[in-house]
Write a protein that binds this ligand. Structure first.
Ligand code: COA
Length: 372
């Protein structure tokens, strides 16, 4: 049956927000009025998170205090560690974060002691701790110390993964990608968080549900799927013929296309520059060349452009991050945006409960069991 409504709520305005504009002037992306390229080029993720959550850029003193506050929130309660130890090594890291978030909600429950803003900061600060506590314990039985002295969330992440303080260029690359991933208006996971918040549920439930929505390959999971595609080719020429085959079979190419942007994703050039820089630093241009060839074929054949997920894949690979950790990075970054939206939703709440066009049978008589 045909419907006159656009599918997937495309183009439907579902509410108001003062947090972010996506594609309002062509292909721009602004967080509270600041362009994402300025934030990624000149600022840090901590500044962006502060901007999203508190509504303004921090002063020098506020930023220092905020960094110290986040640093102090990296430790994990013993009960949470015990729960993480029960999760098998075969689990997907997104499931670990979804479970860890929910579990923390039973230990540091939202209330007078734990306010919504404290929880937002706590989750951003300790998601990497949860992830790598589980990762190292499940792989080798090692119980790592998660309270590091790293200055940033990006550096903390790489430090816990690799066991040493990262080179500044690597921390800066990850930091920039956190800025790019921080916020994106009413995307699927953020809308999920707002729906949950609108029922007056608790903060952890909204974030846990958002993680579930982000996990899928049409949303956050696209960066992992893009990596699998890129590394399945050994050369740019092989990528060209392989991609043409996939397109002939009408397969979706992960990391391309976007619901809102129509000609380019403003975040893509920033992460592409980082991907090139990291490839040069690691003296291995192969993945970058394959990626560029895929980009040119997608434009030539389908007029589709890379979204943020596409070049994030090769950039993360050059940071020596396992592919199944890509979407968890997105979680850490987007928690700042989710938090801003939950806070905004709660400040002017109305239960989100849309209607639907009914396509089922007309009213009919009840049939007893022996007549069906
Ligand atoms: N690969 C191949 N074809 C694609 C494509 C892709 N990545 N993205 C869109 N298309 C094609 C669709 O098949 C469709 O073709 P048709 O009109 O012949 O049926 C057309 O472009 C329009 O796409 P549609 O699926 O209607 O757009 P959408 O707004 O519903 O979807 C996405 C947007 C992001 C879900 C979609 O582009 C996609 O699945 N991309 C891959 C996943 C991804 O990278 N997600 C991260 C988003 S940030």
């Amino acid at each position: 049956m045909t419907t006159t409504k656009p599918s997937g709520l495309a183009g439907i305005v579902a509410g108001e927000t003062a947090i972010c504009t996506v594609g309002h002037e062509g292909n721009s992306l602004n967080y509270r009025g600041y362009s994402v390229s300025d934030l990624a080029e000149h600022g840090t993720f901590e500044e962006t998170a502060y901007l999203l959550i508190y509504g303004k850029l921090p002063t020098k003193t506020e930023l220092k205090q905020y960094q110290d506050q986040l640093k102090a929130l990296r430790g994990l309660p013993q009960n949470l560690k015990a729960m993480l130890e029960q999760i098998p090594a075969s689990a997907h890291p997104m499931d670990v974060l979804r479970t860890g978030c929910s579990a923390l909600g039973t230990l540091e429950t939202e209330g007078s002691e734990h306010s919504q803003i404290n929880i937002a900061n706590r989750l951003m600060a300790c998601f990497a701790s949860m992830l790598f506590y589980w990762y190292h314990f499940s792989k080798s039985g090692r119980r790592i110390e998660t309270q590091t002295e790293d200055a940033s969330i990006a550096s903390h992440f790489l430090h816990l993964l690799h066991g040493s303080v990262p080179e500044p260029i690597f921390a800066s690359a990850l930091d920039a990608s956190l800025v790019l991933y921080a916020e994106h208006e009413f995307n699927a996971s953020t809308f999920t968080a707002r729906v949950v918040a609108s029922t007056l549920s608790d903060f952890y439930s909204a974030i846990t549900a958002a993680i579930g929505a982000l996990r899928g390959p049409l949303h956050g999971g696209a960066n992992e799927a893009a990596m699998e595609l890129i590394e399945s080719f050994h050369s740019a020429d092989q990528a060209e013929s392989g991609l043409l085959d996939l397109l002939a079979k009408k397969q979706l190419i992960m990391g391309f296309g976007h619901r809102v942007y129509k000609t380019s994703d403003p975040r893509s050039q920033v992460i592409k520059n980082w991907s090139r820089k990291l490839s040069e630093k690691n003296k291995n241009m192969s993945l970058f060349e394959i990626s560029e060839r895929i980009e040119s074929i997608m434009w030539r054949e389908k007029k589709l452009f890379p979204n943020l997920d596409f070049y994030s894949a090769s950039a993360y690979h050059h940071l020596n991050i396992p592919t199944n950790m890509f979407t968890p990075i997105f979680v850490i970054a987007r928690t700042s945006g989710w938090a801003a939206h939950i806070i905004e939703q709660r400040a002017n709440n109305k239960l989100i409960r849309p209607g639907a066009d009914y396509t089922g049978p007309a009213p009919r008589d009840w049939l007893p069991l022996d007549k069906r």
